[in-house]
Design a protein around this ligand. Structure first.
Ligand SMILES: [Zn+2]
Length: 403
């Protein structure tokens, strides 16, 4: 095991655990459900203040327009909060991307809003692990890096988006823009397991709505003139299950629409999700979906409109990405932390970053667990522990380590 050199020791000793905990607690106390724009605006302000401790320019960027489909099949605008961007040393030859998200899955009216100490080192609270603690880890790792001479050798962009929990639809283009040309990326989702295990390869995900329009008619007088949208949607469901393969599970999730019992229904909305394990599997599914829509349009004489698509491409781990994992493991070993990894079915912004060809480790945040539930917890000492890990990884990349 390599020992930590004096520069590394100095860098890590100054990481301020009480300040990190205070920030994570302050940020957790602000409700930032993805739809709570007022809460997100408050949080964006707090984060802008906190990240102004770093060099560079903090800015808030408007969300890109995003639409959804309502139960009647009509398209509507979905509002989102602003995203925070910090650019540091934009002219550096080697530049990194660090990302996090300020939103949580808990809406403003959710009963889970408060923090509770479960024991001396475990704090329960909304978004503490996913990922307000992770944002503190990122910030303090960067502060530690900035205290060293090596920092001058590297530039970076920080992105903290406001819509990760609903798929980053209003920040996907921004993620892509910021990922372009970066040497590597770190994302601060909580560890995959409470022991610090990282998420390795990830599958992808796609969400779709099929809007089916038929022709209404009287169920008794002239049913032959009707074109039943519910029957067509049911045929689509069976067709979707036929398109399912082991490397691309398909989940028809909901059919909405219909009419009174004596009316042939002329509208239906079918929602479904796919989980492609490889990019090619998603492409094969899309081709099959187009053929299925053609077939059902013809045989049922309905119109079908497709909304949605793959929003998180699968994230395989290529050679350079593996080297980044190896670097994280080596830095952990210097610090006496044993770092392993495992594949997961979950998705995050790491998927989008990897799709740009940038090596990424996306679970650099705190150790914790039970995320997306009222039992969510953060292991408090992991704040400094993971900031030390990140600081060392950043320092090694700033000092010329190759991937
Ligand atoms: Zn998260």
């Amino acid at each position: 095991m390599t020992r930590l050199d004096p520069t590394g020791t100095d860098m890590i000793e100054q990481i301020d655990q009480p300040a990190m905990l205070a920030q994570a607690q302050t940020w957790s106390a602000v409700n930032t459900g993805t739809a709570n724009l007022a809460g997100l605006a408050v949080q964006a302000g707090l984060l802008a203040d906190a990240f102004s401790a770093l060099p560079g320019e903090v800015s808030l960027t408007d969300p890109a327009p995003v639409t959804g489909i309502d139960a009647g099949g009509a398209e509507f605008e979905k509002p989102h909060g602003q995203h925070l961007v910090l650019r540091v040393r934009p002219d550096a030859v080697r530049r990194l991307l660090l990302t996090g998200h300020m939103d949580t899955v808990f809406p403003a009216d959710d009963p889970f809003q408060a923090q509770t100490w479960l024991d001396d080192t475990t704090l329960n609270g909304p978004g503490l692990a996913d990922m307000k603690g992770g944002i503190a880890v990122m910030l303090h790792a960067l502060l530690a890096l900035e205290s060293t001479d090596a920092a001058a050798g590297i530039g970076y962009d920080v992105l903290i988006n406001a819509d990760e929990e609903t798929g980053s639809l209003s920040s996907a283009a921004l993620i892509e823009e910021l990922a372009r040309g970066k040497y590597a990326a770190l994302t601060y989702e909580p560890s995959a397991l409470p022991d610090g295990t990282l998420a390795h390869a990830r599958g992808g995900t796609g969400n779709y709505s099929l809007i089916v329009k038929g022709q209404s008619a009287h169920a008794g007088r002239n049913p032959q003139d009707g074109r039943n949208a519910i029957v067509a949607a049911a045929a689509l469901v069976l067709g979707l299950k036929r398109l399912e393969t082991p490397d691309c599970p398909v989940n028809p999730a909901k059919i909405e629409g219909g009419a009174a019992n004596n009316v042939v229904p002329d509208n239906a909305v079918l929602r479904f999700n796919i989980r492609p394990k490889e990019p090619a599997a998603g492409e094969r599914f899309e081709a099959g979906l187009q053929a299925l829509m053609r077939e059902i349009r013809q045989s049922h004489e309905v119109s079908i409109h497709l909304h949605g698509g793959v929003t998180r491409p699968p994230k395989p781990v290529d050679g350079r990405a593996q080297k980044l994992f190896d670097l994280v493991r080596d830095c952990g070993s210097v610090l006496g932390q044993e770092i392993g990894w495992q594949s997961t079915g979950g998705v995050c912004d790491g998927n989008n970053i990897a799709a740009c060809g940038v090596p990424v480790v996306d679970t650099m945040g705190v150790r914790g667990g039970a995320i997306h539930s009222p039992q969510e917890f953060m292991i408090v000492p992991s704040l400094k522990e993971r900031a030390a890990l990140s600081a060392l990884v950043l320092h090694r990349l700033a000092s010329g380590d190759e991937l």
